[in-house]
Ligand binder design. Structure first.
Ligand SMILES: [Cu+2]
Length: 153
């Protein structure tokens, strides 16, 4: 328990202490997305998006889906033992957050309408069970820059 609190405090400090960032962000209805990035993908058909989702409300919230005009579909995956598994819906605890970072959760854009390159921006609409949609403008960065935007420590 102590460790969990320490980790939460560290992460909260990190989230507050890292401005300015290049990652996309949006907030509505007690939910906030931040640090949203897409590492320029090696694939012409798929890309992964990473971000932090924060729930400032008193009740749990669930990410139920996502859409983008840049791809046929967006799926929430979790990497478990090197294997991607579907992870929808993703619950964000009340007054908590979930990090979608390399090696864990990510949003997978499938069927890109055109290849993504550094400098592009992709709009992601994150849909929650409360009816809230967060529309986030997500920059495509090179991998190192993308990862540096994320709370990995
Ligand atoms: Cu995936």
């Amino acid at each position: 328990m102590k460790v969990r609190i320490a980790v939460a405090l560290l992460a909260a400090t990190w989230v507050q202490g890292c401005h300015p960032t290049r990652g996309g962000h949006a907030a509505a209805g007690g939910l906030a997305a931040s640090h949203a990035v897409i590492p320029a993908p090696p694939s012409t058909s798929e890309a992964s998006a990473f971000l932090v989702i924060e729930n400032r409300g008193d009740a749990p919230a669930a990410l139920t889906g996502a859409l983008t005009p840049a791809a046929d579909s967006v799926r929430l995956h979790r990497l478990v033992g090197g294997i991607m598994q579907p992870a929808t819906p993703l619950t964000i605890p009340a007054h908590g957050y979930v990090n979608l970072v390399p090696g864990s959760y990510h949003l997978m854009l499938e069927g890109l309408h055109r290849p993504l390159a550094v400098g592009d921006t992709v709009t992601l609409a994150l849909q929650f069970d409360s009816g809230v949609t967060l529309s986030v403008r997500v920059p495509v960065l090179n991998y190192t820059d993308a990862v540096s935007e994320l709370p990995l420590r």
